[in-house]
Design a protein around this ligand. Structure first.
Ligand code: FES
Ligand SMILES: [Fe+2]
Length: 383
């Protein structure tokens, strides 16, 4: 058995007490007002371009779990929006992020994939860089490129940092990274979650015909749970009972299970909120971490167009449990996550088609759906 990482007990209890109190009185966790979200926000190219420039290219994004760069020389390619990115772990052990484009005449430097190497050679004319982005080789340099200032041809570096078990990148070479202010509000929670000690047990990638905001909004309310998920997980949760807390630009949501109980005196360390509720972290703007009993489902979005989003679904499990004899267990869990999410994705693809129909000018967020408004407010603030 592995040890379940724990939130602070007083906080766990307070979060559940609030929800149980509401339920006892037939009340719900309500926002102060009904809010509206204009349909243009989900369908137009101009809107999407503004989001690309002011959100995806400006704020820290999660580019990888730290375990995806396990050793010095590990590398990994990623696409962040329309930007090809190369992540490396240098000889000094630090994580680096570069634009994955050759500085000679612009070829894609590293083909899609991952592995371990300390030199990256362009497939076009074989200019070569090391894992710290320094230009190390230029064929026939002397005559072809006399007086080449190699330092001026280093790979274009992107601001990057490794924190809370994740690699964060700002996908704009000129952006001023504000990692500290951005990560501080979730630091404590990610500490108890122990993301550093987790690893990838299963992962798949899918492209969905829906705007990225719709996909996130679906995770931010429990109003749809008993309806959309009636065939799967709906019956395990209380109807429309959930709360949320704003953590800087991020959001923590709590969804108690139907058989939720508070710890009794003497429960000591054995009681954990993870056995009684799902806790979901929406890490602004593109990631959600759903904390379950023995693992975490991580959904990472990559917006491709107003109506197209790539979704990576990952099962994160304690590293010591990612072993052959446990893989059936993780594959089963991953399947449950994928099936449940596919119910959300299907609905959201239909919503996207519905938006294009012109039937609605606005989406309406009721008082149960306050977290959707908070999240969208955070997007608007940055445009
Ligand atoms: S384009 Fe890469 S070496 Fe020429
Ligand atoms: Fe859902």
């Amino acid at each position: 058995m592995f040890t379940k990482t724990k939130m602070d007990r007083a906080q766990e209890v307070a979060l559940l007490e609030e929800l149980l109190g509401l339920k006892e009185n037939s009340l719900f966790f309500l926002d102060y007002a009904v809010q509206f979200s204009h349909v243009d926000r989900y369908v137009t190219e101009t809107r999407f371009d503004r989001e690309m420039a002011s959100v995806f290219r400006a704020v820290p994004l999660i580019a990888a779990h730290a375990s995806e760069l396990p050793e010095r020389g590990s590398y990994l390619t990623r696409q962040i929006g329309d930007l090809p990115v190369l992540l490396t772990r240098g000889k000094d052990g630090r994580a680096n992020a570069f634009v994955n484009v050759c500085r000679h005449r612009g070829a894609r430097l590293v083909a899609e994939g991952k592995g371990c190497k300390h030199a990256f050679s362009c497939p076009y004319h074989a200019w070569t860089w090391n894992s710290s982005g320094d230009l190390r080789g230029v064929p026939h340099e002397k005559q072809g490129f006399p007086d080449l200032e190699r330092s001026a041809y280093a790979l274009k570096r992107l601001p990057a940092t490794e924190r809370l078990g994740l690699i964060w990148v700002v996908a704009g070479p000129l952006a001023e990274p504000e990692f500290d202010a951005f990560l501080k509000p979730v630091e404590r929670d990610f500490g108890w979650l122990g993301v550093t000690g987790l690893g990838i047990a299963a992962c798949d990638l899918t492209v969905l015909g829906a705007n990225w905001k719709l996909l996130l909004e679906g995770g931010l309310e429990a109003y749809h749970f008993k309806v959309t998920h009636k065939e799967t997980i709906g019956s395990h949760f209380l109807d429309n009972i959930s709360s949320y807390q704003v953590l800087g630009p991020h959001i923590r949501s709590v969804l108690p299970r139907s058989r939720v109980t508070l710890p009794e005196t003497g429960d000591g360390e054995s009681w954990s909120i993870r056995d009684h509720a799902n806790v979901l972290y929406t890490v602004f703007p593109l990631n959600q971490f759903l904390v379950m009993q023995d693992h975490v489902a991580w959904i990472s979005l990559n917006p491709l167009a107003p109506d197209r989003t790539e979704a990576m679904i990952v099962t994160l499990a304690p590293q010591e449990t990612i072993a052959e004899d446990r893989m059936d267990h993780w594959r089963r869990n991953h399947k449950i996550t994928s099936v449940t999410l596919s119910e959300d994705f299907e609905v959201n693809e239909a919503v996207q088609a519905g938006l294009a129909s012109g039937a609605n000018e606005f989406l309406t967020f009721g008082r149960y759906e306050g977290a959707l408004h908070r999240f969208n407010d955070e997007v608007e603030k940055r445009l």
